[in-house]
Design a protein around this ligand. Structure first.
Ligand code: PLP
Length: 442
């Protein structure tokens, strides 16, 4: 299985034919069958949990982006999932990248074929060494939201193209950033005047409505605020040419959000021939593309397998399942990203078919560490016959999962198996091949 697994930072191009056969379901099944076979032979790591990443899903999201927001160039927020093959695919498809640190910048530039102008250093509070080294690497575009940042940039990268990050209404988002970042509109004129005084070049405005935005109408208010900052810039002698509408795009609400954005941009920026519009989507691209298969390694159930433990309340979990990935691993999204996961049965008793008539129990699902915070699902309904050795599946595991996984208690971060099944598979193959061949992609 070694060549089908990639570690972050691995720059060896994969053996395409081996990795891109079939649909993600096939990969899930073969992964489970291989693991089960290995488990019977008592091989190490036999039951290890694994992701299946469907790169054609990333491709389809890109097509969806282009058809809904053709004017806006996506700069993928790599913090969301810096998977090397996702990055290569998006590089090949012509996306830009939002980097938060020097390591992220290096990772993108090490792909080869990505010009530093396709990177925005979108962290308003950076270490001086990061600013200086970004400049040395040719990355000029960076955000700021405070005066100290301007002094630091004036000293360490005076040619930078600055983007002022403004505060917007993030009250409708799952992860709110306004408490930490974003200049309120009343301090913007002072900041822009300071930038002028320091001879710095401010080229545009950015905002972030918060990650996981469930009220896409907030984009309209954000664009209105950006417009007023463009006007403030003009008054101070700047000619802004960049509008960065940030991230926060939720898969289910994407078309709606795109509609609000298009309309607001038309209303507030009717004259925009000289304005480049970019965005920093993260979860939109990868959330659905990764699924996780986890193995039930232990179970706490009534001795005879039937009588409910105390309390005898049908609503309370009767059975506790322990799986081999948890909140210190891929499921850190439960703690950091407020995610609620819904386990389902992938295989039971060696079969991939679970009869709908199968009796069910209210159950709970736990991670493998010795910490009781390591709870994946406090209450879920699962078949009563589920046992140690069976496999659970989790969908939508691509965003803010593997990137923040730790090895607490000595458990390894789950590997990724790649596929490009379904619609877009051949485009993915061609894009990656072209990127590998000449470093430029499509
Ligand atoms: N841009 C910035 C500056 C961010 O901090 C984040 C997320 O933390 C993103 C973009 C990506 O957000 P999302 O994944 O919600 O699209």
């Amino acid at each position: 299985s070694g060549d089908s697994h990639a570690q972050s930072g691995d720059v060896i191009f994969p053996n395409l034919p081996a990795l891109f056969q079939g649909h993600p379901d096939v990969h899930l099944r073969t992964g489970i069958m291989n693991a089960s076979r290995a488990a019977n032979n008592h091989e190490a790591d036999a039951e290890q949990a694994f992701f299946v990443a469907d790169l054609s899903q990333v491709y389809r999201q890109h097509q969806r982006w282009k058809s809904c927001l053709p004017e806006i160039q996506p700069f993928y927020a790599i913090k969301c999932n810096p998977d090397p093959y996702v990055l290569r695919l998006l590089a090949a498809l012509g996306a830009g990248f939002d980097c938060a640190s020097l390591n992220e910048i290096s990772q993108v530039l090490n792909l080869g074929g990505v010009d530093p102008s396709r990177i925005i250093f979108a962290n308003p509070c950076k270490a001086v060494s990061f600013i200086r080294n970004a400049g040395k690497m040719g990355v000029d575009m960076m955000t700021f939201d405070n005066a100290d940042e301007l002094y630091k940039i004036a000293r360490s990268h005076p040619r930078a193209k600055l983007v002022i990050r403004i505060l917007t209404d993030d009250s409708k988002s799952v992860c709110q950033f306004g408490i930490k970042f974003g200049a309120p509109l009343d301090v913007v004129p002072g900041l822009l005047a300071k930038a002028k005084e320091l001879n710095l070049d401010v080229v545009g405005v950015s905002f972030h409505v918060g990650s996981g935005c469930y009220d896409p109408s907030v984009y309209r208010d954000a664009i209105m605020r950006a417009r007023s900052v463009f006007n403030m810039g003009k008054e101070l002698g700047f000619e802004f040419n960049l509008l960065d509408v940030g991230g926060g795009f939720e898969d289910a609400l994407f078309e709606k959000a795109a509609g609000y954005l298009r309309e607001a941009i038309d209303d507030y920026f009717p004259e925009r021939q000289h304005i480049k519009i970019i965005a920093e989507p993260g979860r939109f691209y990868v959330s659905k593309a990764f699924r996780l298969a986890a193995h039930i390694i232990a179970r706490r159930a009534p001795l005879d397998g039937s009588a409910p433990p105390l309390p005898e309340d049908a609503d309370q979990p009767r059975v506790m399942y322990y799986i081999n990935d948890g909140v210190y691993g891929a499921f850190n999204c439960i703690l950091f990203d407020h995610k609620v996961v819904h386990p389902y049965v992938l295989s039971m008793g060696g079969s991939f078919h679970v009869a709908a008539s199968e009796a069910k129990h209210v159950s709970s699902v736990w991670g493998p560490t010795c910490d009781s915070i390591d709870c994946v699902s406090p209450k879920t309904v699962l078949p009563a016959g589920l046992q140690v050795g069976d496999w659970l599946g989790f969908d939508d595991m691509g965003a803010y999962t593997v990137c923040a996984a730790s090895q607490f208690n000595g458990f390894e971060v789950s590997n990724v198996i790649y596929t490009a099944g379904g619609m877009g598979a051949s485009e993915v193959r061609n894009a990656l091949k072209a990127f590998a061949a000449d470093g430029h992609g499509l």
